[in-house]
Design a protein around this ligand. Structure first.
Ligand SMILES: [Ca+2]
Ligand SMILES: [Ca+2]
Ligand SMILES: [Ca+2]
Ligand SMILES: [Ca+2]
Length: 256
């Protein structure tokens, strides 16, 4: 028993060395990431330099090709489970054939997703704390980086969840059915924006931008210029909440 516990602790420690899943506190300001600082990701599969972002390869989240990523809601495939992924310091989206998540140090640097037989449904995940916040929104720019002859239908979905253990919930309005164009074109950009009152005041809010292994060779799609914005819940609303709490406390005192 003890051995298992120690192994679990060891696994947690080794995972955290390559991860930063700390919740970005939106009360301190918007979360933003445009990947301009190419030093944040310098080693394969190591996200420790990037605050509140993780990349996952999505092994076995789905079988086969051409599946709509909106229908993929599990956090990870059963085997091998969550696989942390980033191919660091790449410069070659036309010829880099390893599926998953990659950092491309282009003139306008970005992190990108590309499905494959191994990377069944790769994703970028963002972790925020929206306590005391309202009008929470997420925006990003999808960029076709792939100027090769490949011409996939490359769908990109946005999902969220309100606990670290539940399945994801798809945001249908943010779905992009094909974020790529081609062949031999790396020009298409698609802005995505979503807001939802269900994100208000959530202490745990995780977003996932996910694709799925397309039919034929997938194209690299950059997920760039990410911004998660919010506003403070207005004072009067806060006062109402505090007032209600005070009244409840007074009522409890009276009953005693
Ligand atoms: Ca960029
Ligand atoms: Ca880098
Ligand atoms: Ca293309
Ligand atoms: Ca494919």
């Amino acid at each position: 028993m003890k051995k298992i516990t120690l192994l679990a602790v060891a696994a947690t420690i080794s995972a955290s060395a390559f991860a930063d899943m700390n919740l970005w506190d939106l009360s301190t300001g918007d979360f933003s990431q445009d990947w301009t600082n190419t030093a944040l990701i310098s080693t394969d599969d190591n996200w420790s330099g990037v605050a509140s972002v993780m990349g996952y390869r999505g092994d076995e989240l789905v079988a086969g090709t051409g599946v709509d990523p909106q229908t993929i809601l599990a956090p990870a495939g059963l085997t091998p489970g969550l696989v942390v992924d980033v191919n660091a310091n790449r410069t070659d989206p036309n010829t880099f054939l390893t599926g998953g998540v990659a950092e491309f140090e282009l003139t306008n640097a970005t992190v990108a997703l590309n499905g494959s037989g191994t990377a069944d449904a790769p994703s970028l995940n963002f972790f925020v704390n929206a306590s005391g916040r309202t009008n929470v929104s997420i925006g990003y720019l999808l960029r076709d980086l792939d100027g090769s002859a490949d011409n996939s239908v490359q769908p990109i979905a946005l999902q969220y969840r309100l606990s670290s253990t539940s399945d994801f919930i798809n945001v249908g309005s943010a779905f992009v059915a094909d974020a790529s164009s081609g062949p031999s074109l790396a020009t298409l950009t698609t802005p995505v924006f979503a807001t939802n009152s269900l994100w208000d005041n959530q202490a745990y809010l995780e977003f996932r931008v996910i694709t799925a292994n397309a039919v034929g060779n997938d194209e690299w799609i950059g997920v760039d210029d990410i911004r998660i914005a919010s506003e403070a819940i207005p004072e009067p609303a806060t006062m109402v909440v505090l007032g209600a709490a005070a009244l409840a406390a007074a009522a409890r005192r009276k009953r005693k």
